[in-house]
Design a protein around this ligand. Structure first.
Ligand code: UDP
Ligand code: MN
Length: 467
């Protein structure tokens, strides 16, 4: 049995997909960058003025009880802050002029890629499995979690600067909180990246250099789970069935028939996937990355992908299409070690899921990860960080709030709270605080009572627990 998406559903998804990816073209991005830089400069200027004003007024507005030395400390601190802000402003304006300001003495020359040579993510590594094995032999136990499972690192990231729309930053923060909760509950390690590791690999390509850096710098980590910044865990109790993926190196959500028979560009989704830390994966990244460098290379690769993949609109190469291409037309070893997951929502398209949440809450419970309670809701195509405010974005943001609260209820329940409704960030109590939060008194009392007479006082259990 294999799941399929209807043609209508595809149209739906395609419409929501392509225009937003067009907006990530170099020209669009340059324009947005200039506008953002301008805004940040003005903001920094305003803050500087406010801080300087504060500095000048620091003396007269301080309470009488403050001593001279404290006044001096406040002055020094305030002027240091003003200086720092001025530096940020300076750094920002110099980088927008095309030059990178040096912030550290420890710096090596950025090796600019020559488009005439094949693009690489770094020096070729050919014996990574042996290197990892050696490291792990030298550091026994490091590659296991505290419960003895192979280490899994949850990774996500977003752009280094502020969002064009502050609501984007707000939801990225909420989604990060959601990831921290999921990682805590399941004993995963977590890494959130906001640095650009490779100037040529912008936008949805930024994950590739990051994954390589994480693999080679964390030999103890067995699996890396990449999750887009616009994806949220909606089943907080579902545990990844890692036993299914023995012998596989890549786990990605998709549909076999759409991929291998119909060759559709949206047969899989790269918004949430797992990749093993091994030589095969480094090789895959090496084969994947040459589609990505911004500019002519990415544009040309996009044309090739559009020609080869079914229903793909004409736009620059994206990481998802490139992976589909590799699985279909490149070395068969990619397909051999890739698990296409369709049994639960490792990625779930938000438009199919968000309107069902209330129904699920009344009929189902978390723990399934599939249609009964989706593991991940991914806001594909929403681009919450972009400035242009549209009715579509408004709907995205409203649904992001609902998805977050749907998940957050599963977290808050433990503490006796719930959101008033899925659309509200406000919460309400669902039970009164108890002097017996762990339920221990209730459980131990009957056991204590049995051998004694039935009037054994409750304080005996309390005494027992205290000693
Ligand atoms: N991203 C990143 N750094 C950047 C820009 C983007 O790490 O500078 C990541 C971010 O996690 C984002 C992902 O790339 O979610 C893919 O982009 P997006 O989600 O907008 O694409 P879509 O899922 O809509 O196709
Ligand atoms: Mn995404």
């Amino acid at each position: 049995m294999s799941r399929q998406l209807s043609t209508d559903a595809f149209q739906f998804k395609l419409q929501s997909y392509s225009p937003s990816r067009f907006l990530t073209t170099p020209k669009g991005r340059r324009m947005m960058k200039t506008v953002n830089t301008f805004k940040v400069t003005i903001l920094c200027g305003l803050i500087t003025i406010l801080v300087l004003r504060g500095t000048m007024q620091a003396g007269p507005t301080l309470p009488d009880s403050i001593t001279d030395s404290e006044v001096e400390r406040v002055r020094v601190r305030s002027s240091a802050r003003a200086r720092m802000l001025a530096q940020v402003e300076e750094g920002d304006s110099s980088s927008s002029g095309g030059e990178e300001a040096l912030t550290s003495r420890k710096s090596v020359q950025h090796e600019k890629w020559d488009p005439k040579t094949p693009y690489t993510l770094g020096p070729k590594i050919s014996d990574w499995d042996a290197q990892r094995k050696f490291w792990n032999t030298m550091n026994p136990g490091m590659n296991k979690t505290r419960t003895g499972k192979p280490k899994l690192l949850l990774v996500s990231g977003s752009q280094p600067g502020p969002c064009g729309n502050p609501m984007g930053d707000f939801y990225y923060l909420k989604f990060l909180k959601n990831r921290i909760d999921y990682a805590r509950i399941h004993g995963l390690e977590i890494f959130y990246n906001m640095a650009m590791f490779d100037n040529d690999m912008t936008s949805f390509w930024a994950k590739l250099p990051l994954l390589r850096k994480l693999m080679v710098n964390h030999p103890d980590v067995e699996w890396i789970w990449w999750m887009d910044s616009d994806a949220v865990f909606t089943d907080m109790t579902f545990e990844m069935p890692m036993h299914k993926y023995e012998g596989k190196n890549l786990v990605v959500h998709g549909f076999h028939n759409l991929l291998y028979e119909e060759q559709r560009w949206i047969a899989l989704n790269t918004g949430s996937f797992l990749i093993r830390n091994c030589q095969w994966s480094l090789d895959l990244l090496d084969a994947w990355a040459p589609f990505g460098p911004e500019g002519e290379t990415r544009v040309k690769a996009g044309k090739m992908l559009t020609a080869k993949l079914v229903d793909r609109p004409d736009f620059e190469a994206d990481d998802q299409s490139a992976l589909v291409y590799l699985l279909l037309f490149d070395d068969p070893k990619w397909k051999l070690k890739t698990h296409i997951e369709w049994e639960f929502y490792l990625h779930g398209y938000w438009k199919y899921l968000v309107y069902k949440y209330e129904d699920l809450m009344s009929k189902s419970r978390p723990g399934f990860g599939d249609d009964r309670w989706p593991l991940v809701t991914h806001f594909v195509g929403c681009k919450p960080c972009q400035e242009a405010v549209t009715t579509k974005l408004d709907e995205c943001l409203a649904q992001m709030e609902r998805a977050f609260n749907f998940a957050d209820n599963q977290v808050l329940e433990k503490y006796g709270y719930t959101h008033r409704s899925l659309g509200s960030f406000k919460t309400q109590r669902i039970r009164k605080d108890s002097p017996d939060p762990l339920g221990l008194l209730e459980e131990t009392l009957p056991a204590l009572e049995k051998p004694q007479n039935s009037t054994a006082p409750k304080h005996q259990a309390k005494d027992l627990l205290q000693h």
